[in-house]
Write a protein that binds this ligand. Structure first.
Ligand SMILES: Cc1cc2nc3c(=O)[nH]c(=O)nc-3n(C[C@H](O)[C@H](O)[C@H](O)COP(=O)(O)O)c2cc1C
Length: 400
């Protein structure tokens, strides 16, 4: 692989595995429990079949879009990923620069390494900011104020992490063990990756949660992170808090981590400006359905009232096309940008985004559509995979 040019998510995943210490690669790559939902997120995309349509004029292909008042080169954004500054030196800044160069939004995690000030200083486009609710509401207010003052207009409020999911790979890699055995195991994994130690371990400092008022000592110690999350994250958050947040945040408020129709409708009723249909990339409750499977029902229920975004399992431009066909306005990618960043830094994320863009364009051309609004369920084979579901049959009837 090292002597070839990486093409697409899978190649970057291979390179990331070669570069990252094992505990970090598995932290990114893994899912909850038996990883059934993690697998379903990608497999359900694979099960969808497109319609090849010919003899349409596709000379002018337009992938440009608008989301939350901003133009996008394609309907895609980089999902918030915690601790991306450990994947590559000052990783959030590198990814934000790549996103800016490719005309798509970058979402900064509240548990990112680089603070929002650092992203702001390095880029000219405002980033999105992601929030986990902390017990200390004063600290939340301070964080939001800072993000707003630095130009963030879109807030993703993540609601699918009332408690952290069960991540078995982290346990196997010694991440849940504070004892000597765990320390030795982690030290051994670090020693296997001298390139990472130099780039991130030494030159990528400081390793702090840049946006949080109180930090755990060392984010590379996932065991300490876990304990800290359990102490600080508020599992008592309810719909009333969304209303509270709505009053605090003057910008666009997007609820991330909704998977069921009723919750999507309630989010809109609480004043959400958008929804990210997400199961946290299969990292939280294992055995919930894939997001692409849930998409048609949620899209039908929302009926275009607010933008509906989807993440989970999007690995190619064809996947982007499929998500749009089933009713999403845009998608977020998580692991693919983490892998590309770990593999090749900013250059890798840019190359990944360009390849996704090109794949989307080719899919559009070969399905016979020139504009995003012409992508619909009529371009999916009715018998394919999840399109057998009743609700999709319904959608197919109302498609153009
Ligand atoms: C390593 C990793 C860290 C993540 N950290 C966060 C986070 O800090 N905040 C958040 O809202 N979601 C987080 N997520 C979930 C992603 O935003 C996104 O929902 C998910 O990665 C999408 O699935 P995909 O990885 O299959 O594209 C994380 C996901 C991964 C893989």
């Amino acid at each position: 692989m090292a002597l070839q040019i990486p093409v697409g998510s899978a190649d970057y995943r291979t390179l990331a595995r070669q570069r990252l210490p094992r505990f970090l690669f598995d932290y990114i790559d893994g899912g909850a429990n038996d990883e059934l939902t993690l697998a379903a997120n990608t497999l359900d995309f694979h099960s969808l079949r497109l319609c090849q349509r010919v003899l349409h004029d596709v000379t002018q292909l337009d992938t440009s879009s608008q989301l939350f008042g901003r133009p996008l080169s394609m309907p895609l954004a980089l999902a918030p990923l915690g601790m991306a500054g450990l994947y590559r030196r000052r990783g959030e800044v590198q990814a934000a620069l790549a996103a800016e160069a490719c005309g798509v939004p970058f979402a900064l995690s509240s548990v990112g390494i680089c603070p929002v000030q650092e992203i702001h200083a390095a880029t000219t486009s405002p980033c999105w900011f992601q929030l986990y609710m902390l017990r200390d509401r004063g600290a939340v207010q301070a964080m939001l104020q800072q993000a707003w003052q630095l130009g963030c207009e879109t807030l993703l409020f993540t609601v699918d992490l009332a408690v952290a999911g069960v991540r078995r790979r982290d346990t196997r890699n010694g991440m849940q063990a504070a004892d000597r055995r765990g320390q030795l195991l982690r030290a051994w994994q670090l020693l296997q990756r001298p390139g990472w130690l130099l780039d991130v371990g030494l030159q990528g400092r400081p390793h702090r949660f840049g946006n949080l008022p109180q930090q755990v000592a060392d984010p590379a110690n996932l065991q300490a992170v876990r304990t800290w999350l359990d102490e600080q994250f508020d599992p008592g958050v309810t719909w009333q808090d969304i209303e509270w947040l709505r009053r605090q945040w003057p910008g666009q408020l997007v609820i991330k981590g909704v998977l069921e129709v009723d919750d999507a409708l309630q989010a809109v009723a609480c004043g959400a400006d958008g929804i990210v249909l997400s199961n946290h990339g299969g990292r939280q409750l294992d055995s919930v359905p894939s997001t692409i499977r849930q998409l048609p029902a949620v899209a039908t229920a929302l009926n275009g009232r607010v933008p509906l975004l989807l993440d989970g399992g999007v690995r190619s431009g064809i996947d982007v096309f499929k998500a749009l066909a089933l009713g999403a306005q845009a998608v977020l990618i998580g692991r693919p940008w983490a892998w590309a960043l770990a593999a090749e830094g900013q250059r890798g994320v840019e190359a990944l985004l360009r390849s996704l863009h090109e794949e989307l364009r080719v899919a559009m051309a070969l399905c016979g559509v020139s504009a995003l609004q012409d992508i619909g369920p009529h371009l999916l084979q009715p018998q394919s995979g999840i399109t057998q579901l009743k609700v999709v049959e319904q959608l197919l009837k109302i498609g153009p």
